[in-house]
Unconditional design. Structure first.
Length: 189
């Protein structure tokens, strides 16, 4: 139920045409540039432990992201910010969200379709909190177990890591039919 309410209240993506972006660039002045450098709120990228409050609900997340976005949009140029969160093994910053095994454990399954379903579930929970962007997955080939983040690698075999990139269409949604091959697809459902 909370998840459904979070989805219904989530921040709608703001779509700007190329003409609107060019218009804003023309209206930008030196003061805007200095302000942007001094207080660069163009993006907020959150990692583990970043929460609006202890045991925050999806609604609390939506409210926080919306307030940050309102602040960005209230500036003279009204340029929206980008809010992203670490979703490497689920939306683990959210109270009662699903936490999945880390990449090293998923690599051991050798099951790309399972990983794709995990990506879809993670995307659903992230969208339910009003967040449009996750910096996941880690596509690393770890051959040195002394590397401190080896658990974020699916395997030491590049072919297994490549197969596990099925997480990406899980997160983004499947590429629409008749899309040009070799062109990156940015999804968001």
């Amino acid at each position: 139920m909370l998840l459904q309410r979070g989805i219904e209240r989530r921040l709608r993506p703001i779509q700007r045409s190329e003409a609107a972006v060019k218009s804003k660039n023309k209206r930008s002045n030196e003061e805007d540039d200095i302000r942007g450098e001094a207080r660069p709120n163009g993006s907020v990228l959150r990692g583990g432990g970043s929460v609006p409050a202890p045991q925050a609900t999806p609604e609390a997340w939506v409210d926080m992201v919306n307030e940050l976005q309102k602040g960005s949009l209230s500036t003279r140029l009204g340029i929206p910010m980008i809010y992203g969160i670490d979703g490497v093994h689920g939306h683990n910053n959210v109270y009662n969200a699903t936490i999945f095994p880390h990449n090293i454990g998923l690599g051991a399954t050798r099951d790309p379709q399972l990983v794709k379903r995990i990506g879809a579930a993670t995307a659903l929970e992230i969208r339910a909190t009003g967040i449009p962007y996750t910096f996941a997955p880690t596509i690393a080939v770890c051959r040195d177990p002394g590397w401190g983040r080896c658990y974020e690698s699916y395997d030491e075999d590049p072919s297994i890591v490549r197969a596990m990139t099925e997480l990406i269409p899980g997160l983004q949604g499947d590429i629409p039919p008749n899309s040009p091959k070799g062109v990156p697809y940015l999804g968001g459902q």
